[in-house]
Ligand binder design. Structure first.
Ligand code: AMP
Ligand code: ZN
Length: 117
């Protein structure tokens, strides 16, 4: 059973109701360009199913995070980025603003060092 939230911007993107710059698709997820990029390459990988964060998606379907990571790798490499960073903000205190699971895929800057914050 799929879950959606009528007020969720990412559910609307998944449904095609809000336009997005699509970088790739898989059976269970779509990858789009982030509207406000924080790096030269900044994609979002969004599962079709609405859950509020990565842990909730994993609890609903343990395979889903694997699908997200595979699609993230595909779109990063397709854009020439073999090295990239994945981020899944969880909770407003960690910077989450859209409460539909997504992976940030960041690449293309020398500013990404071993320091994470
Ligand atoms: P987070 O802060 O981890 O919840 O990330 C939400 C991300 O979604 C931010 O980087 C926003 O720039 C991005 N975002 C919000 N609305 C859209 C949209 N309509 N299309 C593409 N990216 C979006
Ligand atoms: Zn949603």
């Amino acid at each position: 059973m799929t879950s959606t939230d009528a007020d969720c911007i990412f559910c609307k993107i998944v449904a095609g109701e809000v336009p997005a710059d699509v970088l790739g698709r898989a059976d269970h997820a779509v990858a789009i360009q982030d509207l406000n990029p924080q790096a030269p390459f900044h994609a979002l990988v969004i599962p079709f199913d609405h859950h509020e964060n990565a842990a909730a998606s994993a609890a609903a379907d343990p395979a889903v995070l694997g699908h997200l990571v595979s699609l993230a790798d595909e779109v990063a490499r397709a854009a020439g980025n073999d090295d990239y960073r994945l981020i899944a903000n969880t909770g407003a205190g960690a910077g989450q603003t859209v409460f539909h699971t997504h992976l940030h895929v960041l690449a293309g800057t020398s500013r990404m060092t071993e320091a994470l914050v």
